[in-house]
Design a binder for this molecule. Structure first.
Ligand SMILES: [Fe+2]
Ligand SMILES: [Fe+2]
Length: 405
């Protein structure tokens, strides 16, 4: 167990009075839960933000107890939207603390009430026309509705005092590492998560616009999945999210184009299997298998044939290329590269939109017909080891393409 994992067995103070009390499960999609402790004017008020799924309840309760002591009480829970990974534990905490209030939108309430929550303890966000509330402790909270990110009634909550935005699924992402704080590489997992879970760019665009109007600006964005975003990465990721094609933007892809990509990908796999080595194809198949916390990014049937893509064609194809090539020894690498370039040419897909790793020995490369035609894009994934068998590891090799996002 790494130092980092040991550390994450404890609650983490992320700002004054704000604690991460979630669980790290080593899944692709990690679930975060936050506790906000407001103190002031002789009052102490404890709020849970997105209290999480039943499966994590013991760990979450333990961490809360470590922060608040054994006789703790939760006064209210804020719920971004109705999904079980977000809201289910509200029932558990309300059973222990029957006076615990639930603050959420009317749209979300209409669904989470079926979990068995007490309707007498529901406070609608819509009740506050200004979308702002002041607590007896002197703290201020602002509700920022983020419609269709990813539910129509989704709503973020902004802690104005600490300048921390609890954003729900928005800014969530798959985790390459168990780390609590995002680095620049968090974008890879965030991009895939949004492409699959968010319905359309318009929803993201509107939500980010609303967040950008908040004054003072957030110093920290704490999503319900993945990593916490701080400092310069906030502006950087907001711009990227604003321009990201997701959901319907992607599935409305020209069906002929989808078909050419499927044909090309399967031809590549077939040729690698018969001309080089079946093990490579099996490795690719394993690498794209979901661990169950997230949908498959590239969908295979039981015969290892690709039958669909859940992210943009370019991104999916680039991941496939990387998995096939990166870390192979030079001869294999050259053969695979040759097969890829031939298949792309056959199905009339432009090779220049993909980064196909160059061979380290350029002299040998000149013997290859394809290499004389296509320029290799150097320096992106070269020299990395290939011992990954899941998407978490695969993300290390994901190369961003200019066009998609
Ligand atoms: Fe959700
Ligand atoms: Fe979620």
């Amino acid at each position: 167990m790494s130092d980092n994992e040991i550390r994450l067995n404890e609650p983490q103070k992320i700002a004054n009075g704000i604690y991460w009390v979630g669980k790290r499960s080593e899944k692709e999609l990690e679930v975060n839960v936050y506790l906000r402790v407001f103190e002031g004017n002789g009052h102490k008020i404890n709020m849970l933000i997105d209290p999480g799924p039943t499966t994590d309840v013991d760990i979450i309760s333990d961490k809360i107890e470590k922060v608040l002591g054994p006789d703790f009480k939760i006064h209210f829970a804020f719920i971004n939207h109705q999904d079980p990974d977000v809201a289910m534990n509200a029932v558990y905490f309300q059973r222990h603390f029957p006076s615990m209030q639930i603050i959420t939108t009317e749209d979300t309430w209409r669904l989470i009430r079926f979990f068995g929550l007490n309707p007498q303890r529901f406070i609608a966000v819509e009740k506050y026309k200004s979308r702002r509330i002041s607590l007896k402790t002197g703290h201020k909270l602002v509700f920022i509705p983020t419609p269709y990110c990813h539910f129509r009634g989704a709503c973020a909550i902004y802690d104005e005092t600490e300048q921390v935005l609890f954003s729900g699924d928005l800014f969530g992402g798959l985790s390459e590492k168990p780390d609590l704080y995002a680095g620049e590489d968090y974008w890879n997992g965030m991009k895939i998560f949004h492409q699959i879970y968010m319905p359309a760019n318009l929803a993201l665009h509107n939500a980010v616009n609303a967040i950008q109007k908040v004054n003072p600006n957030p110093k920290m964005i704490v999503p319900q999945h993945g990593s916490i975003i701080k400092d310069a990465l906030i502006a950087n990721f907001m711009e990227k999210i604003k321009n990201l094609k997701v959901g319907l933007d992607i599935t409305s892809n020209n069906s002929l184009l989808v078909e050419s990509h499927l044909n090309t990908a399967n031809e590549i796999l077939k040729n690698v299997k018969y001309k080089i080595n079946e093990t490579i194809v099996n490795e690719v198949f394993d690498a794209f298998k979901s661990d169950g916390s997230f949908p498959e990014i590239i969908i295979f049937n039981k015969d290892n044939q690709i039958i669909g893509f859940n992210i943009t064609l370019n991104d999916a194809f680039q991941m496939l290329i990387d998995k096939l090539i990166v870390g192979r020894e030079n001869t294999e690498k050259r053969q695979i590269r040759h097969i890829i370039l031939d298949a792309l040419a056959k199905w009339n897909l432009p090779a220049e939109q993909f980064s196909i790793e160059a061979d380290e020995n350029t002299d040998e490369m000149t013997n290859l017909e394809s290499s004389q035609i296509f320029e290799a894009n150097e320096g992106t994934t070269q020299g990395k080891e290939i011992e990954r068998l899941n998407i978490k590891k695969l993300l290390d090799y994901f190369i961003e393409q200019g066009g998609g996002a």
